[in-house]
Ligand binder design. Structure first.
Ligand code: 5GP
Length: 186
């Protein structure tokens, strides 16, 4: 059976990370590990959270055509390594947890990709969640909120949107969407 490229996006703090963890626990999915030029946060592991590389190496990889997609946001590059994803896709469905500009690049290059946007029950709630996370300063939070509005404005370009009100329902909904899509392309 053909394996699926699943792109999950959604504003910071919406709970994408927790949803991805649950999907990985179900089995049958591999998570793509992106490259980024941003500094690791406490607890992040190189090669697991991201491949942390410098700007020069990132730009060399761009010029070699090494990314399936990449974007420059929050003043850093983020990109999906092409070879890593292609290798994973031979074995299982692959999840990319990336922002909207990159997601739309993936869709253009690969119309079979399944794009799902995860949204908060309300923008106010998300703002509160983001502030509670406490890992960033006020300026960064403000930038993330304006980015959140931008991301939400692109939701109609996604195949599906899922509201993360209740974690298990959101995961169930995503699994149904994936199962239906796999049924279509069998
Ligand atoms: P963070 O800095 O919080 O880890 O991630 C910031 C944003 O970058 C998130 O929206 C995340 O989904 C996105 N992101 C992570 N990896 C990639 C990637 O490979 N490509 C793109 N386009 N966005 C990414």
């Amino acid at each position: 059976m053909k394996h699926l490229l699943i792109v999950l996006s959604g504003p910071s703090g919406v709970g994408k990370g927790t949803i991805v963890k649950k999907l990985l626990q179900k089995g049958g999915f591999a998570l793509s590990v992106s490259c980024t030029t941003r500094q690791p946060r406490a607890g992040e592991v190189d090669g697991k959270s991201y491949f942390f590389i410098d700007k020069e190496r990132f730009e060399q990889k761009i010029s070699r055509g090494g990314f399936l997609e990449y974007s420059n946001h929050f003043e850093n590059y983020y990109g999906t390594p092409k070879d890593f994803v292609e290798k994973q896709l031979e074995k299982s469905d692959v999840i990319l947890e990336i922002e909207v500009d990159g997601a739309l690049q993936v869709k253009r290059a690969n119309p079979e990709a399944l794009l799902i946007m995860i949204l908060p029950p309300s923008a106010e709630e998300l703002k509160a969640r983001l502030e509670k996370r406490g890992s960033e300063n006020e300026e960064t939070i403000a930038r993330r909120i304006s980015r959140m509005q931008y991301e939400i404005s692109k939701k109609n370009e996604y195949d599906y949107t899922v509201i993360n009100d209740d974690l298990n329902s959101a995961v169930g909904e995503i699994l149904n969407i994936i199962a239906n899509k796999k049924g279509d392309i069998k």
